[in-house]
Write a protein that binds this ligand. Structure first.
Ligand code: HEM
Length: 441
């Protein structure tokens, strides 16, 4: 006989907890944990949700098979963006094969190539800044990471010829990721009309590059090459439509996550100058022999990496991850019924005081928690972030360049830099202004 799942207080008749949730998701979810413990039920517009928090519950969530906790139904808002027969609009078997191809594209063997491409993009980008000035880093990092991901995924030739049209089409896709899309993504709304046009046009662009590459017979070291040459288990290859979908999905997965983390990394450096000094010292030692950023970004930089991990603990860009219960799911003495949504929240996980003492304090020397599923910024288990090595490499290349070439200071009081909780995801609240000064050579 299973125990009843503890329920969060304050539920309203029709909307459930939606009003409180939509103001500040992480704060609401923390309240659910504080009231209910490792497993707690809440309700959003009539849909029951269960938050699983604490390392053991997080591990159970991560390790559950796709047949039990499915992703697809939770992601229906992005189906028209990625396209028909791509990821969440296909069978579970095809989904697994496409995810594997995505993992292959982000695998270590492509990293050397990516390191050079990213380092070149960062240098080009910062060269345009001039000697000194003030910048909104939210906007800067959003643009920089769009360039780096375009180069690494679609290739440097495409990136070199990239027009504003591409950025606009990508923005049209992003603007269609709104709450209503997860209820009905086919409503006659202007955002959805623009999305569908953009998806068609992006498909044409990718088809053109695929055709050119096939005609040239050349091999490339980028994700598009992996997608073009990959085969399904039945021996067939992906269609240009599927290739476009996977490219878009990979860009979506990596763009805001990387740019938000880059923004917070710079802000936390400036809020914690003693740690910044330590990381700069490490960089000075690593770069003492000269050498390229691309080469060094591939090397271990334990201090910079520890700093980035602490940034990801404090500000995990994906702060809630959702699955749909496809078959009744048992956890300890509880049974979560089919049809429920189950949530794992890095935002909550990283603020549990028993796991991370003084959780609001930024400390790059914090010992690693023993439990493998305590720090979950990249998720865990079968759907752990396929781009985590790429993301860390990119952050190292960005900050090696920035900290070696520039001095920065915050423009506004340090407590005023905060997150925006009003959208579908938690992100840095723009603008986040910093002043920069290029160092004398
Ligand atoms: C700091 C940056 C990043 C963070 C914090 C992050 C975080 C995450 C998380 C939490 C998941 C799991 C989602 C879930 O279980 O529902 C995930 C999945 C994924 N991420 Fe990342 N990500 C980052 C950067 C990237 C980049 C740069 C790429 C690609 C270029 C990428 C590609 C992916 C892909 C393809 C998946 C899906 C894996 C699967 O479902 O099997 N991510 N990411």
């Amino acid at each position: 006989m299973s125990k009843p799942i503890p329920k969060a207080s304050g539920v309203k008749p029709e909307t459930g907890h939606y009003d409180e949730y939509s103001v500040n998701q992480p704060k609401f979810l923390m309240r659910v944990r504080q009231e209910c413990g490792d497993i707690g039920e809440y309700n959003l517009m009539g849909q029951p949700h269960v938050l699983m928090s604490g390392p053991d519950a997080q591990e159970a969530w991560c390790r559950a098979p796709d047949e039990v906790l499915g992703q697809s139904a939770a992601y229906k808002g992005v189906v028209p963006i990625f396209g028909k027969d791509v990821l969440f609009d296909t069978t579970l078997d095809r989904l697994k094969q496409q995810l594997k191809i995505q993992v292959d594209a982000l695998r270590y063997q492509n990293m050397k190539e990516y390191a050079k491409v990213i380092a070149d993009e960062v240098r080009d980008f910062t060269n345009k800044w001039g000697e000194s000035g003030e910048l909104d880093m939210v906007d800067e990092f959003l643009r920089l990471t769009l360039y780096t991901s375009t180069s690494c995924l679609l290739g440097v030739e495409f990136r070199r010829d990239m027009t504003d049209e591409f950025s606009q089409l990508y923005r049209d896709l992003e603007h269609a990721v709104i709450a209503i899309a997860f209820i009905d993504p086919y409503l006659p709304l202007p955002e959805f009309e623009a999305r569908d046009k953009a998806r068609v046009r992006l498909g044409e662009m990718v088809e053109e590059i695929v055709a050119k590459r096939r005609a040239s017979g050349k091999e490339y070291g980028d994700a598009l090459n992996t997608f073009m040459t990959a085969t399904y288990t039945d021996g067939t290859q992906m269609s240009p439509h599927e290739i476009t979908g996977l490219l878009i999905a990979t860009m979506f997965a990596g763009h805001h996550t990387s740019s938000g983390t880059a923004t917070w990394t710079l802000i936390e450096f400036l809020r914690n100058p003693q740690f910044m000094a330590e990381v700069k010292q490490e960089l000075a030692e690593v770069f003492a022999d000269g050498g390229e950023v691309s080469h060094h970004a591939m090397r271990a930089m334990p201090k910079l990496e520890a700093f980035i991990r602490e940034v990801l603990r404090m500000h995990p860009p994906l702060s809630t991850l959702i699955r749909v219960v496809e078959q009744d799911f048992e956890y300890k003495d509880y049974l979560i019924p089919k049809g429920y949504r189950v949530v794992m929240s890095p935002g909550v996980a990283h603020k549990i005081a028993e796991v991370f003492p003084e959780p609001e304090k930024f400390d790059m020397h914090r010992p690693e928690p023993e439990h493998l599923f305590a720090w979950v910024a990249f998720g865990g288990g079968r759907h752990k972030c396929a781009g985590n090595a790429f993301a860390i490499l990119q952050l190292k290349a960005i900050f090696a360049t920035l900290l070696l070439d520039f001095d920065f200071e915050l423009v506004d009081p340090k407590e005023s830099y905060t997150d925006d909780h009003s959208g579908m995801t938690v992100k840095p609240l723009a603008p986040m202004k910093v002043r920069f000064q290029r160092k004398k050579q």
